[in-house]
Ligand binder design. Structure first.
Ligand SMILES: Nc1ncnc2c1ncn2[C@@H]1O[C@H](COP(=O)(O)OP(=O)(O)OP(=O)(O)O)[C@@H](O)[C@H]1O
Ligand SMILES: [Mg+2]
Length: 248
């Protein structure tokens, strides 16, 4: 479904991804973990076609995202929803307007159906009371949930989540985890989730990949990762100060 094949990427002469290969199956929830600044967001941006690799390629189904022209990229992106780290809301629109925007743009639904869809998502993400507020008037966690609602209303085949639970309280984090699982179970959604939240990773993932110094150093089921014999993986998942990880 999604494949990165020997992807290399540098910025300003600094190597970020150094021969990353991944294969994510249709309907899988695939979690990417790793230190801050290690290239997790850059990996998601490659999948979304927002960044092209210097070497190697990115496949969505059988189509090369990195090779695609703007029109094909847009067709591929229509299948995808991206939940950005910050929520990425439009500042001059209310929460309700932000969330309804993709449905209005798609011109697929009548007005009352749009209302029904957005009200449902705002309710499950506990945003009903915030729907007429502007992004500047709501908390960081609410912005994040509104960004998520805006993606979910489109019912995409692929969802890319960048830190969906960071900055959320534990109960809200679990609600988001359940949503990720529900999208997989009910709609067969393929999800790629970047997270620092190990309890969330274990709960939602079919497989977890760890990025370290530009490479995938482990890729396994949650149990496989927990029992990894790699000392770098063990130090990271246990959050130990002592160990082989080089702090940049
Ligand atoms: N467009 C860009 N131009 C220059 N450097 C970039 C660009 N995008 C990312 N980088 C660099 O690539 C590296 C990896 O960034 P990335 O955002 O993928 O990290 P991350 O693993 O998502 O970290 P975090 O957990 O803090 O979000 C960083 O050193 C960053 O500065
Ligand atoms: Mg990031």
């Amino acid at each position: 479904m999604i494949e990165l094949v020997h992807v290399k990427k540098s910025f300003d002469g600094k190597s970020v991804l150094n021969d990353v290969s991944l294969k994510i199956e249709r309907g899988e929830t695939f979690v990417i973990i790793g230190q801050s600044g290690t290239g997790k967001t850059v990996t998601l941006r490659h999948i979304a076609g927002l960044v092209d690799p210097d070497e190697g390629h990115v496949l969505i189904g059988s189509v090369r995202m990195d090779y695609a022209n703007a029109r094909i990229k847009n067709v591929l992106r229509e299948k995808m929803g991206i939940v950005f780290q910050s929520g990425a809301l439009i500042n001059w629109m209310t929460v309700r307007e932000n969330v309804s925007l993709p449905l209005i743009e798609s011109r697929k639904y009548p007005k009352d159906k749009i209302e029904e869809i957005i009200n449902y998502h705002l309710r499950i993400l506990q945003l009903s009371d915030a729907k007429d507020k502007m992004p500047g008037e709501i908390s960081g966690g609410m912005k994040k949930r509104a960004g998520l609602a805006r993606v979910l209303v489109r019912n995409p085949e692929i969802i890319l989540y960048d830190e969906p639970t960071s900055g959320l309280d534990p109960v809200m984090s679990r609600i988001i985890d359940e949503l990720v699982r529900q999208m997989q179970h009910d709609y067969g959604v393929t999800s790629v989730v970047v997270t620092h939240d190990m309890s969330s990773a274990y709960y939602i993932a079919d497989r977890i990949a760890m990025l370290y110094q530009g490479k995938i150093i482990a890729c396994d089921t949650p149990d496989g990762i927990k029992n990894s014999s790699n000392p770098i993986v063990q130090q990271f998942i246990n959050g130990s100060i002592k160990g082989p990880i080089e702090v940049q």
